[in-house]
Each structure stands twice: as C-alpha cells, then as structure tokens.
Design a protein around this ligand. Structure first.
Ligand code: BGC
Length: 756
C-alpha cells in the first residue's frame, strides 16, 4: 500500500484537530497561469525557476559566499526575466525598487518572490526553535510564528525558509537547534503550529508569510551527526520517523518545501525522483513547489552523481526540484537542455506552473507590491507586544533540570549574587544561530535582566572567569574572589552561538575544558551554585556542573534572555518546560533518543549488567530524559483509569488520571502519554509519546486529565511500508517525563463482525 498521508498524520498528531488539506488552486488561477506560461520563452521559464541571494541589500547570512551576483548584473538579470525569487534581503524601499525592475522592466512583468531565513525572528528574536519546543506548547509556537510573520512581511518578505521539521536524534549534529528535537509527535505538532502561525488564515493577506518546511527528507539522520553527510535509512524509519512532520506541515497548508543537502541510500535528495516526486507528490500529495537548498544542485557533481553542472541541472529538474537556490544552474542550462532534447519542455512547464500558482495564491500577480508597505515597516516591527511575547516564550522555554531547593531566589532577601562565566554580561550570544537580521545590541543580557529584577542591583557582581573556549588571565582567580564574597553563585556557561547551527557538528557535546575548569574552581568554594546553561543541543554534563545545586537549560532565548532568566530565578514565573531532546551521560551514547528499541539483552536489573545492551563505561540511559523538567511546585499523579481494558478495532478508549498540585505555589505541568506495543511483526520502541497536555493548577488544586486513544495511535510502518496496527497487548504510561509514570495496560482486539 502506498504512503497513506491521512493515516500518517493521524498517527503523528493524534487527536489534534487539523484543517482538512486545503485545495490550493482555483480554476481561474490555473487558466491565468497557463495563459502566462504560453507566452513565456524558455529563458523566462528558467528565470522563474531561479532564486538568487539579494545582493542589493546584503546581510551576513551563514552561507558560503558562492555565486553572489554584483548589483548591476543582478539588476540586468531581473530585467531580462531571468530571476523568479530573491532571498535574504529585507527592507521595503529596496524591495519596491527591485520589484519595479521585475514588473515594469521585464517583458512579462512577473513579480519576484522575496524569501528569507526568518527562523526564530526578524528584529524581535524569539527563542531558538529547539528552546521553544521545550515549552511543549505548540500554541505558543503558533503565536511567535505569527509575530515573526508580522515583522517579516512588514520588512517586505513573502516566504520564510522555515520551519525546520527535521527530527534530530544525534546531538552531535549542529542543526538540532533549528528543529523541535527528537520526537515525531512533538515535532509534528510544532511543524503544524508554526506553519499556521507563519501563514495565518488567508494567504492573500499582506501579513501572511509562506512557510517552507525543510529539509526533505531525513536530513537530521546524517551518519554520526556529520553535517552534509550521508543518510542510510530503512524505508520504515524514513516513513515512520522523518516524514510525519512534513505531512503535518503540508496538511497545515505549507505550499513549498526544500530538498535536503544530504544523500539518502546513495542518491542525493536533490536528484532523487523517488523521493521528490513519487513519494512527496504521488503519495504525500504535496501540491506546492520544491526549492533546492543553497547550491545543492551544483553539489551533485561533488557528490559524484552528476558528471558536470549541466548534468546536475538536468538531474535535479527531472527529480522534481522546481526552484534552484543560488547556483544559477537552471537559468544557465535549461534553454539548451530543452533545445537539445535532454529535458522535455513539459517538465519545465510543470515546475513553472507550480511556482506561478504559489505566486498567484498569495495574490502577488494581482498586487506585486503586496507586503511592501512603508507604514507597516515602521509600526509592525520590534513592537512592545512582540517583546512581551518574546519574554513570555523565553520564560516558557527554560527547563529546570535539577534543584536542591536553592531556587527560586527570594527577591526580598538581601543576598549577594556572583554572576560568573562567559555569558554573564555577554550580548554576542543571546540570539543563537540564524538570527542575522536582529540588532545584536537590542538583546537583554543576563546581568541586565538580573539587575532589573533586584531590589538592590549593587548586590550583583559580574565576573567573566574565562572565555567560551579559552582561559583568560586571572580569570579563575577573580571569579573565586567574587564567589567567596557571595551568598550564591550563578554560573553562566555553555556553548557560544557559533557552536551550533549549520556546519557545527561536534564530536564531543560537552562544555569546553576552560569552562569546566572554572566550574570546578567555583564548586570547590562550597557556595550554592546555580548553573545557567546556554546551548543549542543536549549536552553531556559532568562533575561540578552536573552536581550543582540547580541547573537550568536556557538554550538561546533571544531578545529577552536576561529578563526571562530573572523571571524564573526569582520565581516570578514557574518553570514548566520539558526536554525535547534527551541529555545523555556521555557524548559517545549518541545517537541517543528515548524511543529506542529494547534489544534482545536489555538491562532489567541494574545489578546484572554483564552481557547486556549497555556501554561498558556508562549506563545507556539518559542523565535527563526526554520530557523531563521540574517545577518550583510539586505535581503528583494518581487514579489512572482506562475506560476499558479492551480496545476494539474501530472504537476508542478513554484514559484519565488525576493531576494534583501538592506544593504551595501555582504552576504548570505537561502530562505525557506513552505507549509500548509489547509484541509486533516489527520490534517496537520501549516507549512512544502519543499525547501531551499542559495543565496549570493553583496550590492544592487537582484536575482530571483525559485522553482518547484509538487504533490509529497504535499503527506503525510494517512490511511493505504498510501502516498497520496489530492486535495484542499494549503498555501505557501517564507521566511527567519519558521515564516512570502511572502504568496501565490494554489489549487491541480485532472486532468480529456483528459483535461487541
Ligand atoms: C540552509 C537552509 C537555508 C539556506 C538559505 C542553507 O545553507 O541549509 O536551511 O534556508 O541556506 O540561507
């Protein structure tokens, strides 16, 4: 059976109500586009299929400076109709000038599409996507995506190369930071929410920003986490783990996607017809257009798949790439490829049609100056409302990993605080990767945030101690002096923003030795230490850092970093985030994820570990598991009930439990439902997340949480790539992380005709 998109979606996102996949293009739009194509020369068609860096308004994006056209040349190309899309330039005045070249000076006047990497904010920088996923609150991501869309479209953009929906199970891979972590259901929920947020309800509105879920597909599955590396993957894993977030994004209305740089099973994604056409369009029913990634078509030569650039262009187009990013290969070779018979013109027409449909769908053909409003540019960007939202989402993204009781700090108490570490007063690493439109001096650093929250800011001492990677002279000595004089130490350590993101694969996911040494020296003094970790991936923590009195995962939080951290430290907000990635004990456990397989020799008794599936040097569990995150209050769960111990084939069961806030502060908990299929025709993970629900309770308050489960939730990709559920026994846990929880069991029955 082919890939059943609806079933995959239902399996991936459970009970979430989805809009039915939209019918993207109306009949009159089709006729209009066809009429236009009939008038286009081959060169103009190739132009529509070409997207180039906007060298009129250069920024400093993290791409190699390959093939950048100078301004004069780019203007000429636009006037000749040899460009369909520009990317990574912002600003309304410049965009208007450029659009005029396309509309007034080119023969057919087809407007340009303006695209850009607005990954977690334009000017107001929200937490990196991985951080935001820690909120376990897709509705929050939808709100921040909407705010990003308001800013991006006010700056003249029509499309963002986001969300990244790649599942990341190896923390050595630097791009973990751009996605929603290791889990299929969580990533699917965030994928759909972000698409909805970017695009809004009506694509024609001038504040609707087209989404481009990327990188199709399995880009996060590169071997050893090596960026741009190879992916060798089974059909089952591809379909069960890596495709559902794309399905969710398409169902939420995404009309573009981007092919991955990597190869899958020996074929580079950019040239993989089975992937980009048979699977993406034939089985997943994707209706929009496909971008190549940055010069990825040209890279088919280095892959050893195309013999030269001309061949690379041909292979990418035949595979199903519609829009070439940055190489310029399409415009250079398409006319000749078609004339020589190496490429059918009909194939080109299909690609151009897809691109023009999308331009039509956002109203660009009717109004080329859509989203180019100088007034909006002054009122919709970096607004106080967006700042407030950035603070709220940053506060929601901070995970309390451990706490001996030292937190929250009492804002009324006169205590001396030493803020030590390379990130205490640092402003260069607040935003994280992919925030290159943001103004670096507009972010609130930790020291500033703390001072604003303290009754007496003079009680704060700030000492750097060491650089991110290097020792500094007298650094540790001055830090020790400050810590000795303080009542409590806040240790702001971790990764700089250039240590994660694209091309930042690391073999060791630990703190740089200079920072570990600083942490050891501070711990030796014996003052309570709160670690404020900055990072774009899960880290393996050791010794003084792992043994600190409290540890907070603060990722890269964006514009409001300092305020959000202060809100949590002083208890103005209760931490309620959960880990979207498992923190292993050691780097060498990677790839590590919670929904792994049992193996034939699982460790069931920690005293009997010989000849078991574990490393000789470390337990193969997590230091902090997926879904883990503490609160300042205490939540307890009780009274797990299943409406029926038998789940009939076409029915559902209801699962309920009582959640109680048994502490003395208000707080929020994310209740998580996991299952395990005990016996199946394909071995199943030891646990799989199926549902999440965020609940906010006052002290002493209880609430019953309810979930419904049906057969679809139990399906997996079995033999012949069929999605199937198999009758039999299932474990179920309702808990506060992927470890422990209330346990129940049920049995799935095939319902006999006329019975039950
Ligand atoms: C990245 C894409 C990004 C593109 C444009 C590439 O290097 O892989 O995710 O959208 O550059 O900046």
């Amino acid at each position: 059976m082919p890939f059943d998109r609806r079933a995959v979606l239902a399996g991936a996102i459970g009970a979430l109500a989805l809009p039915s996949p939209r019918r993207a293009f109306a009949a009159d739009e089709v006729a209009r586009v066809d009429a236009l194509i009939a008038r286009m020369t081959l060169e103009e068609k190739a132009g529509q299929m070409t997207c180039l860096a906007d060298s009129f308004r250069p920024f400093n994006p993290p791409n190699p400076q390959a093939g950048i056209q100078d301004e004069k040349r780019l203007a000429e190309e636009i006037r000749k109709g040899r460009v369909g899309c520009l990317f990574n330039g912002i600003g309304v005045a410049g965009a208007r000038r450029t659009q005029e070249m396309a509309v007034k000076d080119s023969r057919l006047g087809i407007p340009l599409l303006f695209a850009g990497d607005v990954i977690h904010g334009l000017k107001t920088i929200f937490p990196v996507p991985l951080a935001e996923a820690a909120s376990f609150d897709p509705a929050m991501a939808q709100r921040t995506a909407r705010a990003m869309a308001l800013e991006a479209t006010a700056a003249g953009l029509h499309l963002t190369f986001a969300p990244m929906v790649d599942i990341a199970r190896d923390q050595r891979w630097g791009r973990v930071v751009e996605g929603a972590g290791e889990d299929v259901v969580l990533t699917s929920l965030f994928a759909a929410a972000r698409v909805r947020g970017f695009q809004g309800r009506d694509l024609r509105r001038d504040d609707s920003l087209l989404a481009c879920p990327k990188h199709f597909a399995a880009y996060g599955a590169v071997s050893a986490g090596l960026e741009y590396g190879s992916v060798d993957i089974s059909d089952e894993t591809l379909r069960e783990t890596h495709l559902p977030p794309f399905g969710a994004a398409f169902a939420a209305g995404a009309l573009t996607t981007m092919a991955a740089f990597s190869e899958i099973n020996g074929v580079p994604a950019t040239a993989d017809r089975e992937l980009l056409t048979d699977l993406l369009r034939g089985e997943m029913h994707f209706r929009g257009f496909v971008f190549s990634d940055y010069t990825a078509d040209e890279e088919l030569v280095a892959h050893g798949f195309a013999k030269d650039d001309r061949d690379a262009a041909r292979l990418a187009i035949l595979a199903g790439v519609d829009m070439s990013m940055q190489s310029g290969l399409f415009v250079r070779y398409i006319p000749e490829l078609v004339k020589s018979g190496a490429l059918p013109e009909a194939t080109i027409d299909v690609a151009v049609r897809r691109i023009l449909y999308v331009k039509t769908a956002i109203g660009l053909l009717d109004n080329p100056f859509r989203s180019l409003d100088a007034q909006a540019e002054t009122t919709r960007i970096a607004t106080p409302a967006h700042r407030a939202l950035a603070r709220e989402s940053a506060t929601r993204s901070i995970v309390l990993l451990q706490n001996s009781g030292v937190l929250p700090l009492d804002p009324g108490k006169r205590q001396k605080i030493a803020l030590i570490g390379p990130f205490g007063a640092d402003r260069a690493n607040l935003y994280g990767p992919w925030a290159f439109y943001g103004d670096p001096d507009q972010g609130v650093d930790i020291a500033t945030g703390l001072r604003a929250a303290m009754a007496d800011p003079a009680l704060l001492t700030v000492v750097q101690g060491c650089g991110v990677r290097d020792h500094i002279e007298d650094g540790i000595a001055s830090a020790v002096v400050a810590a000795t004089a303080a009542d409590i130490v806040l240790l702001a350590i971790g990764e700089s923003q250039d240590m994660s993101g694209e091309a930042q694969s690391r073999t060791v996911i630990e703190l740089p030795p200079a920072q570990q040494k600083l942490a050891e020296a501070i711990a030796a003094i014996g003052k309570p230490v709160v670690v404020l970790l900055r990072h774009g991936r899960a880290l393996a923590l050791h010794d003084a850092v792992a043994n600190a009195q409290a540890v907070l995962a603060t990722w890269f939080l964006g514009s409001e970093t300092g305020h959000a951290i202060a809100d949590i430290l002083f208890g103005k907000a209760d931490p309620s985030a959960k880990l979207p990635v498992s923190f292993p004990w050691e780097s060498g456990q990677e790839p590590f994820f919670y929904d792994r397989k049992s193996t034939g020799r699982p460790v069931t008794d920690e005293h009997q570990t010989e000849y078991k599936a574990r490393f000789a040097t470390t337990d193969n569990s997590a230091r902090y598991p997926f879904g883990h995150g503490l609160s300042f209050t205490r939540f307890t769960m009780s009274d797990l009930k299943l409406s029926d111990a038998a789940l009939r084939w076409d029915r559902a069961i209801e699962v309920t439990a009582k959640l109680t806030n048994s502490g003395d502060r208000a707080g929020s908990e994310v209740v998580q439902l996991y299952i395990r299929d005990r016996v199946a025709s394909r071995t199943r993970p030891i646990r799989e997340l199926k549902r999440i629900e965020r609940v906010t309770l006052k002290p002493g308050e209880s609430r019953t949480v309810r979930f419904s489960l049906s057969r679809v939730d139990l399906e997996f990709v079995g033999a012949g790539n069929q999605r199937i559920a198999e009758p039999g026994e299932f474990d179920l846990w309702l808990g506060q992380s992927s470890v422990g929880g209330l346990h129940g069991m049920f049995t799935l029955y095939v319902q006999e005709q006329g019975k039950g």
